[in-house]
Write a protein that binds this ligand. Structure first.
Ligand code: CO
Ligand code: ZN
Length: 332
């Protein structure tokens, strides 16, 4: 599975520019799907048919990653930029960004008289080796993502864009297993767009599908970082079943069912309460007439940095839990 993870996390796909990621996922799942469509927002919608006795279930994992977009080019060929999604100023200086045309830029901060202070994004620039506006290989409106290799060290997997390509991997692997086990439900795996800028792709997809149940697959923070946030989720302790985040309270019956299925199948799991942030589950919960929404989260350290770190045992637990939930009846 690490090969698929590496392929997905190293692919260029900032919010609004998910095409390359979509192509890889489509090729990966084609043999296991009953129907595949792409909607105007760019969502990849993959239908796995049920036996007619179950519910309509939407699974959402977002294809997009955070990035930057060029706003202005100085006379000397330096690029000013704005953020696409939650980019922290602390993650910038000395790092590199990759544009769709292959151009790589070095990010650095303007001179700061306070050497230990971190300036805002507007006081940073990208150096793509140009010396003037005229010889700049990229232009205003072009988007870039962070450039960083994938590496595996024991069970720990580190890369940029684990948020949320690792959720896409959980969806892909679950679809493959369901193709073998069968499911009573009409399952729509939605590989969504523009989550990082406000869960936009999942919103239109959920409005169109009007599912009975919506389950998002996304990363969550952990409470086990050095001097980090106080939170009950730990890396390596299993699939995180979301109870609440800043945008949603999970459907209580769905949370109960996830815990039950995890216990029955001996799948390591933990309960997640995330103080900030939200996921595609929020969009699914309040789309159309509403749905019973929840989220299976992959614990992740250093979210929205270039070294987002997950544990392969947690990834496996998330796949196992989603498969158990989907292959059986869903009494909510
Ligand atoms: Co994110
Ligand atoms: Zn995410």
């Amino acid at each position: 599975m690490n090969d698929l993870i590496e392929k997905l996390v190293t692919t260029y796909g900032p919010s609004g520019f998910e095409g390359n990621v979509r192509d890889i996922i489509r090729a990966e799942i084609e043999a296991y799907a009953d129907n595949i469509t792409t909607d105007p927002m760019g969502n990849l919608i993959v239908h796995k048919k049920g036996d007619g006795s179950g519910l309509k279930v939407m699974i959402a994992a977002h294809m997009d990653e955070i990035g930057v977009m060029v706003t202005h080019i100085t006379d000397k060929g330096y690029l000013r930029f704005t953020n696409i999604g939650g980019v922290g100023a602390r993650t910038l200086s000395g790092n590199r960004v990759l544009f769709e045309n292959g151009t790589i830029g070095v990010v650095y901060g303007d001179r700061n008289t306070n050497a230990t202070a971190v300036s805002g994004l507007d006081k940073h620039y990208i150096d793509v080796g140009a010396t003037s506006k005229a010889d700049c290989p990229v232009g205003v409106g072009d988007a870039a993502v962070f450039q960083r290799d994938f590496f595996a060290q024991g069970t720990r997997l580190t890369s940029k864009a684990m948020d949320d390509r690792i959720g896409c991997v959980v969806a892909i692997e679950t679809l493959k297993r369901l193709a073998a086990t069968g499911t009573p439900h009409e399952v729509y795996f939605v590989f969504s767009t523009q989550e990082e800028v406000g869960v936009r792709g999942a919103q239109t997809a959920a409005n169109a599908l009007t599912p009975d149940v919506g389950i998002a697959l996304d990363v969550t923070l952990t409470g086990d970082m050095h001097e980090g946030v106080e939170m009950a989720v730990e890396l390596g302790a299993g699939a995180a079943i979301k109870a609440k985040d800043a945008g949603m309270i999970s459907h209580v019956g769905l949370v109960r069912l996830m815990k039950k299925r995890a216990a029955e199948a001996n799948i390591a799991h933990q309960i997640e309460v995330l103080a900030g942030g939200t996921t595609d589950a929020r969009a699914m919960q309040i789309a159309g007439p509403g749905s019973a929404a929840g989220c299976i989260s992959i614990p992740c350290r250093y979210v929205h940095s270039q070294s987002e770190t997950v544990d392969s045992r947690d990834v496996e637990a998330c796949i196992a839990l989603l498969t158990e939930v989907l292959r059986q009846e869903m009494p909510l």
